[in-house]
Design a protein around this ligand. Structure first.
Ligand SMILES: N[C@@H](Cc1ccc(O)cc1)C(=O)O
Length: 430
C-alpha cells in the first residue's frame, strides 16, 4: 500500500510529467505516511475541455489509482474572472454562459475519476462558486488580501508580461481566488497537493504560501511540463482548430486521427503522458518506432488508448473500423452512419445540395480534388485505380444512384490505395 502511494511519484517522474515540485522529499514522506488529498481545477472558459486539460485529468487519475483522494474542481467563480494570459485581457463571458459551461466541464471531469463509494478514496467534485458567492468583500480583503504582497504579485511572469499594455484589477486578483480555493480545500478536506500545468506554477505556489501564512500548514504543488512538438507548432491543434474532448466539437474519428497522425519524434512523449502503459510496454513501443516506423505501432496504441479513455471502447472500435474500411480493408456498408459522415467530413469531400443532380463518377473525382481534371479522372478509371464504395469503377461516366448511398447518405470515392474522399448528399438526395 505504502509503496503504491509513493510509487506514483516515480511513475510521474519516469514519464517526464514533473516539471516543478515545491518539496519533493516532503511530499514523498507525506504520501508514505498515508493517502493524501490532491486537487486540480478547471475553468469553464469554453463548452468543453481540451488536450491540455486532459493531461491534468489523467494526472489526477494516476493519483487516485495510487490510493490518494482526488478532487476535481470546476471554476464557477474563477471562470467569471479569468486567469490572466500573457497576450491580452480576456473578454468576460456572460454569467449564464459560464453556468452552462460549468455543467459541461463538470460532466467531463467526472468521467476521469472514480466516484465509487465502496472505494477507500472515492473522488469528489467541487465548484469554487460555492464558497465565493457569499464571500464578503471586506473579509476577503482583510483575510486573504493581507497575505498577498503586491510587490511579489508584480514579479510574476504573466503580470510582468501584461504591465505595458495593462491588466485589469479583475485579472490581477485571480491568483487570490485560486489560492483561496486551495486554502478552502485544505481546511475542508485536508487537501495538501494541487497539480496543474507549468503555466499554473505561480497560482499553485501562491496557494501553498497562503496555506502556510494563514494556517501555518504544509501543502504542496506539482506542475506538469508544457507538451511540446518537434516541429515547434502548438500541441493540441489541427488545421481545423483545437482538439476538444466533447464529441460534438471534435468527432471521435477526428480525435483518433489527431493522435494517430503524431510525428515519430513526438509519439513516445505522448504515450508516456497520455496513456497508462507500463515502462516495459513503453520500451517495446519505442523500439518498434525506431525499427519499423512505417508500421506506426506507437501511434496506433496512443490513438487507441486515448480515444478509449475519452470516448469509450465502442466508439474506438467504430472509428477503427471506419478508417480501415475507408482505406479499402473492410465493409463500408456495415459502418454506422454518424461515424462515416464524421470521418468523411475530415477528408476532402463534396457536398451535394438538395435536388442537385448527381454528377458522374469522373466529375465527382474532380470536384472532390482526388484528380486534377476530367481527363485525369478518365485515366484513373481506365488504369483500374478508381473506386466507388471500395468497388472498382469501369466507366467514368457512371452516375451513382440512390442504391449506391451508404449509411449516412454518403458515397466513398477512392483513387488508388491511399487517397479517398467523400460525397455527402443532403437528406433529400437519399
Ligand atoms: N487557473 C486554472 C484553473 C483553476 C481554477 C481554480 C482553481 O482553484 C484551480 C485551477 C487554469 O486556468 O487552468
Amino acid at each position: 500500500m505504502t509503496e503504491r502511494r509513493t510509487q506514483v511519484l516515480d511513475d510521474l517522474e519516469s514519464r517526464g510529467l514533473i516539471a516543478h515540485s515545491t518539496d519533493p522529499d516532503a511530499l514523498r514522506a507525506s504520501m508514505a505516511a498515508g493517502p493524501i488529498t490532491s486537487y486540480v481545477g478547471f475553468d469553464p472558459t469554453a463548452p468543453s475541455l481540451h488536450m491540455g486539460n486532459l493531461l491534468q485529468l489523467l494526472t489526477l487519475r494516476r493519483l487516485q489509482l495510487a490510493g490518494h483522494n482526488p478532487i476535481g474542481l470546476v471554476g464557477g467563480a474563477t471562470g467569471l474572472i479569468g486567469d490572466p494570459k500573457e497576450t491580452s485581457e480576456r473578454v468576460l463571458n456572460p454569467k449564464d454562459v459560464v453556468q452552462e459551461w460549468v455543467e459541461k466541464v463538470r460532466a467531463q471531469v467526472e468521467k476521469f475519476v472514480d466516484f465509487d463509494e465502496s472505494l477507500p478514496n472515492p473522488a469528489r467534485i467541487v465548484n469554487n462558486y460555492d464558497w465565493t458567492k457569499d464571500l464578503n468583500t471586506l473579509d476577503f480583503l482583510r483575510d486573504i488580501g493581507k497575505h498577498f504582497p503586491v510587490n511579489r504579485m508584480l514579479g510574476r511572469e504573466v503580470v510582468k508580461a501584461r504591465l505595458e499594455q495593462g491588466i485589469s484589477y479583475t485579472e490581477f486578483s485571480y491568483v487570490l481566488l485560486q489560492s483561496l480555493d486551495y486554502l478552502e480545500l485544505y481546511r475542508r478536506h485536508n487537501c495538501t497537493l494541487q497539480t496543474g500545468g507549468s503555466d499554473q506554477w505561480g497560482n499553485l505556489t501562491a496557494g501553498v504560501e497562503l496555506i502556510r501564512r494563514s494556517e501555518g500548514g504544509k501543502a504542496h504543488a506539482l506542475a506538469t511540463p508544457l507538451v511540446t512538438k518537434a516541429d515547434g507548432t502548438k500541441f493540441g491543434k489541427t488545421e481545423s482548430g483545437t482538439v476538444w474532448l466533447d464529441r460534438e466539437l471534435t468527432s471521435p474519428y477526428a480525435f483518433y486521427q489527431f493522435w494517430f497522425n503524431t510525428d515519430d519524434r513526438d509519439v513516445m512523449q505522448l504515450v508516456r503522458f497520455y496513456t497508462f502503459r507500463t515502462p516495459e510496454e513503453i520500451a517495446a513501443l519505442e523500439q518498434a518506432t525506431a525499427e519499423r516506423p512505417q508500421a506506426r505501432e506507437a501511434q496506433r496504441v496512443l490513438a487507441e488508448d486515448v480515444t478509449t479513455l475519452v470516448h469509450g471502447e465502442e466508439q474506438t472500435r467504430r472509428v477503427q473500423e471506419a478508417s480501415r474500411a475507408l482505406f479499402g480493408q473492410g465493409e463500408l456498408a456495415s459502418l454506422d452512419g454518424s461515424t462515416l459522415v464524421a470521418a468523411l467530413r475530415e477528408a476532402p469531400h463534396v457536398e451535394l445540395g438538395a435536388g442537385e443532380p448527381m454528377p458522374t463518377y469522373g466529375d465527382l473525382l474532380v470536384k472532390s480534388g482526388l484528380v486534377a481534371s476530367k481527363s485525369a479522372a478518365r485515366r484513373t478509371v481506365a488504369e483500374g485505380g478508381g473506386y466507388l464504395n471500395n468497388e472498382k469503377v469501369k466507366d467514368a461516366e457512371y452516375v451513382p444512384g440512390t442504391d449506391d448511398l451508404l449509411p449516412g447518405g454518403v458515397l466513398v470515392l477512392r483513387r488508388g490505395k491511399r487517397s479517398f474522399a467523400g460525397v455527402l448528399a443532403s437528406p433529400a438526395q437519399g
